[in-house]
Design a protein around this ligand. Structure first.
Ligand SMILES: [Zn+2]
Length: 255
C-alpha cells in the first residue's frame, strides 16, 4: 500500500528529497490513534523528508474533545513562510479555507510548496468553493501556484489513492479500473456519461472488495496534461441516506 501510494505520487511529481515543513489540518496522531486519518497523515508526510509537522486538530483537556487550534495554525503559517524550507499543507479544504478567509491571511510560502487537500466539504456544503476558485484563492493568499494545489479522493474500501494532476483532474491509476454504470440495470456507460461509480482494485484480497459498486455518481473523461489514464469526476452521492465517516466528524469541529 505504501509503495503503491509512493509510485502514484512520484508519477505526479509530488515526491522529493526536500526537508519540508508540514501543516496538517488533521488529528494529532499521538492522541487520535484509533482514527483512520492518522494512517493517511503518516502516509502523506512520507513523500519527502520532514522538518516540522504541525497537527492542527488537537486534544483539548478542558473540553474533553478535539478542537482546531486556530492561533496555532496562524503561528505555523507565519513561521513556515519565514523559512526557506518548502511547506506542505494537508487536510480538509474547508478548514484551510475558513482560517485563511476569516483571519485575512496574506503570505508568500517558499518555493516548491504544496497544498494537498482531501475529504471534501462534508458538513460545509453551503460554503463549498468550486475547485478552480479554491485553487485561485490559495494562489493569491499563500503564493502557492495552482498547479501545486492537489485534491485527493479515496475510499477505505477501495484502497487506491486518486490525486489531482497539475490541471486539477483525478487520473485513474493503473492499479485500479473504474467503470461507470447505469443505476438502472447496471449497464456500463460510455466515457462522458454520468452513472454509479464501480471501482476495481488490483491488490485487496483480504476481504471481498476487489470490486466495489459505490453509491456515488461520477463520470470518466480525459486530460491532456501528459499523464496516462482516464480522468474521474466525482459528482456526488446517489443515495438518500447520510453516511458518516472520519471526514464528516472532523468537519463538525468548525460548526
Ligand atoms: Zn491531467
Amino acid at each position: 500500500m505504501k509503495k503503491l501510494a509512493w509510485q502514484i505520487h512520484a508519477s505526479l511529481g509530488m515526491t522529493s528529497d526536500d526537508e519540508v515543513n508540514y501543516l496538517c489540518f488533521t488529528y494529532d496522531p499521538r492522541v487520535a490513534t484509533n482514527l483512520g486519518t492518522a494512517f493517511t497523515d503518516e502516509l502523506l508526510t512520507s513523500f519527502t523528508r520532514k522538518k516540522e509537522v504541525y497537527y492542527a486538530i488537537q486534544w483539548d483537556e478542558k473540553k474533553g474533545d478535539f478542537s482546531l487550534n486556530v492561533p496555532g495554525v496562524l503561528d505555523a503559517l507565519r513561521r513556515f513562510a519565514s523559512q526557506k524550507n518548502p511547506v506542505r499543507i494537508l487536510g480538509f479544504p474547508a478548514h484551510l479555507y475558513k482560517v485563511i478567509k476569516d483571519h485575512d491571511v496574506h503570505l508568500t510560502m517558499p518555493l516548491d510548496s504544496w497544498i494537498q487537500t482531501g475529504g471534501g466539504w462534508k458538513g460545509f456544503v453551503n460554503e463549498e468553493v468550486p475547485k478552480h476558485q479554491f485553487r485561485h484563492f490559495m494562489a493569491t493568499r499563500l503564493g502557492i501556484p495552482e498547479s501545486n494545489n492537489r485534491d485527493m479522493f479515496g475510499m477505505v474500501e477501495h484502497g487506491i489513492p486518486y490525486c489531482d494532476c497539475s490541471r486539477g483532474n483525478l487520473h485513474v491509476p493503473n492499479y485500479a479500473r473504474v467503470f461507470i454504470r447505469s443505476p438502472r440495470g447496471l449497464k456500463i456507460l460510455p466515457q462522458g456519461e454520468t452513472g454509479l461509480i464501480h471501482f476495481m482494485c488490483s491488490y485487496v484480497t483480504s476481504y471481498p472488495s476487489i470490486s466495489l459498486l459505490t453509491t456515488d455518481y461520477g463520470r470518466l473523461g480525459s486530460c491532456d496534461c501528459g499523464l496516462g489514464g482516464a480522468t474521474l469526476e466525482i459528482i456526488g452521492r446517489a443515495g438518500v441516506q447520510k453516511h458518516k465517516g472520519c471526514a464528516l466528524t472532523a468537519s463538525k469541529l468548525l460548526e
